[in-house]
Design a protein around this ligand. Structure first.
Ligand code: PMP
Length: 461
């Protein structure tokens, strides 16, 4: 079935329903190889079975259409019936974000699943400036790389995992790791394989050793058990605070090439690196198109607005967008427009100035926590100063497992911390670590908390 949409200057022909895979959008999606990479090999059956939503596709077309377009297509509600009229939001620097009546109607309406164009354009320029990915050519049809907006980076991660991880697959990661990653991966029924790591992140020699269980010659054999996916948090790791050195990233990337692995670079603390220049990312080294990067505005603009991004090879980003079409449909138009207005007002320089201010805050907080730890915990614990993020990973000496200490005794003394076990692949394995966040508490509160923790540790020895 064809729908033909006439505008003054052009006729848009959209071929939908029965032959959808041959449509404009379907053709882009089904092209699953770029250069040497064969992305079809990485897709799960669930992801491969996803089809573009004809209705969502029309929303994308409508978004790009001139006002003269008459749309009888969309099943969108009429925003005139909504109770909101307009709004203005004062930015701390005195700027105003204004949503007049027209803008408000747009903000309250459905929008494209990949994200609103002006936010994507801004982010692509930033991404290019920060990472200059070797395979990037963001021009829509020819581009090898693409981006989409997600509802926080958590949504992006979940969807990337669902796209790439089949039950029984071997997945590589450096645990302890973010509990939200474990929560997303474990129900997929995969085998999580721990790659050794230390305060400088994943250890390439350890990865090499783990991978030596398989022969690179078997990678492309049918039913191969060679892992296809490696996940890591490269900066200010949650919970460890570890940041990976550039050389380690290069070595890991080389191993990924040897075994044809995709690297999932989950980097929500990228903007919270305390020292400049910021470390080169996996994305910046990605000559093959084997890196999928998740970014987040949660730590620098707002966690409640829920804005994150997936950047990666276009055939894979397209798959994530198909999943978004079928689930959330899109990240809130309102919050995207709000952030987009802010960013366009600031420009990249203004944004990076703001980030510098945020870094300054967290650096001061980190230093306060390190000095309290030095004062209160020196005899009973060990740690490494994090170079990014918001966490201190503390090893309690002489305590095999911190679960009881933290969940019972510390709580009784009104100190909340996270026992390290929750970040381990097997959460019931004994873990002598504790995660302390320096994001919210004042230096005085941190000091008091560590005094109480120190007393509890001494009591339990
Ligand atoms: N990855 C890591 C490592 C995190 O620590 C977090 C948040 N705690 C996320 C992803 C998710 O962040 P968000 O969805 O808020 O962007």
């Amino acid at each position: 079935m064809y729908i033909s949409i006439k505008t003054r200057k052009r006729v848009l022909l959209v071929y939908i329903l029965a032959s959808w895979p041959c449509s404009i959008y379907g053709r882009v999606v089904s092209n699953c190889s770029l250069g040497a990479m064969n992305y079809a090999r990485f897709l799960t059956a669930v992801s491969a079975a996803r089809k573009p939503s004809p209705i969502r596709m029309l929303t994308e077309i409508q978004q790009r259409s001139p006002p003269s377009m008459i749309s009888l297509a969309a099943g969108a509600p009429n925003p005139n019936t909504f109770p909101f009229h307009s709004c203005s939001i004062q930015v701390k620097n005195g700027d105003m974000l204004t949503f007049d009546e027209t803008m408000m109607k747009r903000a309250l309406q459905y929008s494209a699943s990949s994200g609103i164009p002006e936010l994507l354009t801004w982010m692509k320029a930033l991404q290019k400036n920060l990472h200059n990915p070797p395979t990037a050519n963001y021009s829509a049809e020819k581009g090898k790389m693409d981006m989409c907006v997600t509802t926080g980076s958590q949504e992006g991660l979940c969807k990337v995992f669902e796209m790439l991880v089949n039950p029984g697959d071997n997945v590589l990661l450096d645990a302890p790791t973010y509990s939200g990653t474990l929560a997303a991966l474990q129900p997929l029924g995969c085998n999580l394989i721990n790659v050794p790591s230390d305060q400088h992140g994943m250890i390439p020699g350890g990865l090499k050793e783990v991978l030596s269980r398989w022969d690179p010659a078997d990678v492309h054999k049918p039913h191969s058990t060679v892992p296809r996916v490696l996940y890591t948090i490269p900066n200010g790791g949650n919970p460890t605070g570890a940041s990976m050195t550039t050389q380690r990233k290069r070595d890991v990337y080389e191993l990924a090439r040897q075994y044809d692995l995709l690297i999932i670079e989950d980097d929500p603390y990228y903007f919270l690196q305390f020292d400049k220049p910021w470390a080169p990312t996996f994305l910046s080294m990605d000559v093959d198109g084997r890196v999928i990067r998740t970014d987040s505005f949660s730590k620098i603009l707002s966690s409640g607005l829920r804005i994150g991004f997936v950047t990666g090879p276009k055939p894979l980003v397209d798959r994530v967008v198909l999943h978004i079409q079928a689930s959330t449909m899109h990240t809130s138009t309102f919050t995207q427009l709000m952030v987009s207005q802010l960013l366009h007002g600031w420009g990249q320089e203004g944004f990076l100035n703001h980030v510098d201010g945020v870094i300054e805050f967290y650096r001061t907080q980190r230093d306060a926590m390190l000095s309290s730890a030095d004062k209160c915990l020196k005899d009973v614990a060990e740690w490494h100063a994090p170079a990014a993020g918001m966490f201190l990973w503390i090893k309690v000496k002489g305590v095999a497992d911190t679960q009881k200490l933290i969940m019972e005794k510390a709580m009784e003394k009104e100190v909340l911390l996270v026992p390290g076990g929750v970040f381990m692949i097997n959460s019931s394995d004994p873990c002598p670590y504790v995660r302390a966040a320096f994001s919210l508490s004042t230096p005085e509160q941190i000091d008091e908390a560590f005094k109480r923790l120190s007393a509890l540790i001494k009591e339990s020895l």
